[in-house]
Design a protein around this ligand. Sequence first.
Ligand code: NAD
Length: 480
Amino acid sequence: MATMLIGDQTVAARSGTQLEIIDPATEEPIDTVPDAGAEDVDLAVQEARRAFPEWSRRDAEERASIVRDGLRSIREHADEIADTLVHEQGKPTIEARGELNHFLHGMEFYADLASKIRGSYQDLPSALGPSYGLTTRRPLGVVGAIVPYNYPLTLMGTKLGPALITGNTIVVKPADTTPLATLKVAQYLLEAGVPPGVLNVVTGRGAGAGEALVAHPDVRRIAFTGSTATGRRIIEVAGPLFKRVTLELGGSDPVIVCPDADLDKAAKSVLIGRFWNAGQSCLAIKRAYVFSEIYEEFLDRIVAGAERYEPGPGWTKAEKPKIRIGPLNTKAQRDKVQDQLERSLEQSGKVLLGGTTENDNGFFFPATIVTEAGHDSPLVSEEVFGPVLPVFRVDTIDQAIELANSSPYGLGSSVWTNDVRLINKASREIEAGMTWVNQIHFGYDELPFGGTKQSGIGKEHGAEALDDYTDLKSVVVGGL
Ligand code: NAD
């Protein structure tokens, strides 16, 4: 049985209850973790509170240096961590290694920023005597980080990096189904010198451990990534307590492919954008709008590309020219994707590829491409968190943007064209937190990342994220 990390202890839940972790490729249990309750969360928060004064007073470069020592150790254990991720999450080994590398890169980005956080200086009006003013940034205290199952490590890193280097302490709650790689990474950070209590991991269910963390009066900030429905619940619980909350929620990213696009590159990026991580990415391409002039040609390319995806366990390689696509993380998620597709097809639509699973063991779903679906169908109005791509024909950029915007979500988006007027129009008018131009959807560590509309509130990544981990304080120095 895996254990939680609270202070300097590896512990079970007080209640003794456990959650089984299932390998989604085999449906076999691979481990159990404690199913923490409010009591366990309270213990973790108290440890984090106890560790805060000392950690926050440390020199910023020393904090960064400790984090870097931890990252070195994680890199040395990369194979073991990636393998754990493959078995609990389902993703292919190459994607698990990619996720771990992204985690390391993001953490290093923040370690480099540790000593560069600045306030400001202002000479003040002299009516009350000579004085000057400063703004400084102070850490908040205990941060609660709640992480989803699709990228357990990178999405922990986007919270852990800024929290630790600004001098906060943290309690991490990984997703119910993917806590194992997280526990390993946290253990290596602690062994490398992150002091006990600075980083704690509680495992268990969202409605139990997760909600207890959000409701805990000593947690100053909640950094949440997950579904829009859970985000709504987090606001309800955290709102009356006036906590600092950032919500990175669901998305239904559109891509617009214009007549002058480089079709090879666009098709390749759309395929990766939709089928990476078996379609379980917040910033996956979930709707394609293709201009009539190139519609048939583009469709041929993406259908040919999608035919190469071969479902199978993430630790096995597909034989070339096939590409491995792993299972969805849970049976519930696989069934939901199937249901969304079926409800859409009841209205209209043609399945060009995929559509139903052929595997009777494991939560697999094949790469699926649909045309002529209704634009009010679940494939458009809901977030489809699996490998299904609806493709729509458009005739003008205005029509494409209007359809792109007719979604409750506004996370990412992309446009493929070399026409500067179309680039300008799309990047200004698409309602989304990000627009990539002639580029795959990718969360850069250096740039703020976050959605608009029902895709969330606040930003992660970039130096901008540090604002949410610090209080801005004004100091006036008089009597000079
Ligand atoms: P989820 O909302 O079901 O769970 C996310 C986390 O919240 C888990 O740790 C879960 O245990 C916890 N949780 C559940 N109920 C809770 C509650 N009442 N109180 C506190 N915590 C609770 O999401 P998921 O299914 O694990 O992840 C997929 C979703 O995450 C998708 O919608 C995806 O788009 C979104 N996502 C968004 C981003 C982004 O940056 N915008 C990134 C990745 C994933």
